[in-house]
Design a binder for this molecule. Sequence first.
Ligand SMILES: [Zn+2]
Length: 228
Amino acid sequence: MRLDGRRYSNNVEDRRGSGGGGLKKIGIGGGIGGLIIAALVVWLSGGNPLSVLTQNSNFSTSTEVSGDYTPTAQEEAYANFAKQILAGTEDVWTEEFKKMGLTYRPPKMVLYTGAVNSACGSQTSAVGPFYCSGDETLYIDLSFFDQMEKQMKAGGDFAYAYVIAHEVGHHVQHLLGTLDDAHQQMARSSEKIANQLSVRTELQADFYAGVWAYHDNKIFNSLEAVDI
Ligand SMILES: [Zn+2]
């Protein structure tokens, strides 16, 4: 892909190295239980427990890489790439929604390593990149790109971009009401029908990724022969 000079999305939160809850800095395992224990420790040692709680709520919205995590050059390249691709989806979908007389509300993207807390519960990177409509956020552990290359033999920047565009596709489904309709239908269907609905939902997200690729290339001339 040709991405030189392309802008970076501002809707990216970098939680890499924060170990799932952004709690690593105070040396507690994670979760609300850890937070309460940390507050107790501070209180017992004569401090103000509220300062711990306040500090932690700051961590969860921090955009800085926390702890002792230092990204490699490759990981930094992936992060910048992801920010550029997300920016492209923002430009494309803003235009496409405008054509339908609608306003596009861009999703957030959280970069994480290992495990992450979302409105859809805590997840590990074993689930792969995912979208949570509860907080309108894409979650991605960028090591998935290495897995694609090494384990799935499906490397290449356009393939990685397509993964991001697919998750954005679920966000488009959410904004248009399709995703929530599908989830409601799945909840009252047999397993067989629910599976079919799930497959169709995934295929439509793939279709939306294709819509993005078409328009991104039209606007930015981003695709090269090797991508196709
Ligand atoms: Zn999907």
